[in-house]
Write a protein that binds this ligand. Structure first.
Ligand code: HXC
Length: 257
C-alpha cells in the first residue's frame, strides 16, 4: 500500500502507524483521514495483525484537523462531503488500537487519540479541544468522548475556553492510562501492543467489544452483553489452551482460534 501522509510498519503481530506531515504538525486533512482509515481497515482484515499503534512525531501527535483546508468550506460543502464521517470507522475496528501521544494532541488530534482503545502519553503531551477559538466546535466526537472520559466539569471547561491539559492533568482526569518519559513512549507502546497481540485475537476482540459497549448502553444491558460473550469464549480453542497452560504451569500459546 502506498501512502503519502502516513508510515505503516509491521513488527511481528503488531503494526505501527506514524502520522507523517511534520511541516503541518500532522494536521489531519482529508488525505490523512482516508489513508489512516484505509490502512487500519486493511490491518483489521489481517488475521496476523493483533494490535495497531498510532503515533505522531515528538512535537505533535496531531495539532488538529487541517484549519487551512476547512477555512473556505461552507455548510453545503461539509454536509455533502459528510466531512469527517470516515473517522468513525476507526472507532469501529475490531483489532485493538493504542494511541501513543507525544506533544500536541489538539482538536482532531485529541479526538483521534480518543478513538483508540488504549491511550498512552509522553510527559510532553498536551491535550485539548481548542476549536472554539477558531469559531467552531469539535467534529470528530470530541464533545462526546472527552465528556465520557473526564466528566462534564473538565470537558465543558476545555470545550468552552480552549484551555489545554498537560499529561499529568490528563492522567489524573482519566483521559490516559499512563504517562511515560518521552524517550520511552514508543518502546512502551510497542511492548503493550505486543502483549495484546500475544493474546487470543478473537478473545481480545471480544474484550474490546465488551468494554466499548459500556459507553453505548445501560449497566444491565452491558452486563447481559458481557455474559453472552463470556459464554461464547468457551467455544474457542484458545480458552482450552489458556486454561490447560495454567494447569500445566507453562505459558499459553494462543492460536487465535
Ligand atoms: C493546519 C496547522 C495546524 C492545523 C499547525 N499547523 N496546526 N495547519 N491545521 N490544525 C501548521 C502551522 O500553520 C504552521 O505552518 C506549522 O503547522 C507549525 O505550526 P506553528 O503554529 O508555527 O507552531 P507553534 O508556534 O509551535 O504552535 C503549535 C500549536 C499551533 C500551538 C499547535 O500550531 C496551533 O495552535 N495550531 C492549531 C491548533 C488547533 O486549533 N487545533 C484544532 C483545529 S480544529 P506554516 O506553514 O505556517 O509553517 C479541529 C476541528 C475538528 O481540529 C472538528 C471541527 C470542525
Amino acid at each position: 500500500l502506498d501512502h503519502e501522509t502516513i508510515l505503516v510498519e509491521r513488527k511481528g503481530r503488531t503494526a505501527l502507524l506514524t502520522l507523517n506531515r511534520p511541516k503541518a504538525l500532522n494536521a489531519l486533512n482529508l488525505q490523512v483521514m482516508n489513508e489512516v482509515v484505509a490502512a487500519t481497515e486493511a490491518l483489521d482484515r489481517d488475521p496476523d495483525c493483533g494490535c495497531i499503534v498510532i503515533t505522531g512525531s515528538e512535537r505533535a501527535f496531531a495539532a488538529g484537523a487541517d484549519i487551512k483546508e476547512m477555512q473556505p468550506q461552507g455548510y453545503m460543502d461539509m454536509y455533502l462531503a459528510d466531512w469527517f464521517t470516515a473517522w468513525d470507522r476507526l472507532g469501529q475496528l475490531r483489532t485493538p488500537t493504542v494511541a501513543a501521544v507525544s506533544g500536541y494532541a489538539l482538536g482532531g488530534g485529541c479526538e483521534l487519540a480518543m478513538l483508540c482503545d488504549i491511550l498512552l502519553a509522553a510527559d510532553t503531551a498536551v491535550f485539548g479541544q481548542p476549536e472554539i477559538k477558531l469559531g467552531v466546535i469539535p467534529g470528530i466526537g470530541g464533545s462526546q468522548r472527552l465528556t465520557r472520559a473526564v466528566g462534564k466539569a473538565k470537558a465543558m471547561e476545555l470545550c468552552l475556553t480552549g484551555r489545554t491539559m498537560d499529561a499529568a492533568e490528563a492522567e489524573r482526569a482519566g483521559l490516559v492510562s499512563r504517562v511515560l518519559p518521552a524517550g520511552a513512549l514508543i518502546g512502551e507502546a510497542l511492548a503493550v501492543a505486543e502483549t495484546v497481540a500475544g493474546m487470543s485475537l478473537p478473545v481480545a476482540m471480544m474484550a474490546k467489544e465488551a468494554v466499548s459497549r459500556a459507553f453505548e448502553t445501560s449497566l444491565a444491558e452491558g452486563v447481559r452483553f458481557e455474559r453472552r460473550l463470556f459464554h461464547a469464549v468457551f467455544a474457542t480453542a484458545d480458552q482450552k489452551e489458556g486454561m490447560s497452560a495454567f494447569a500445566d504451569k507453562r505459558p499459553a500459546v494462543f492460536r487465535h482460534r
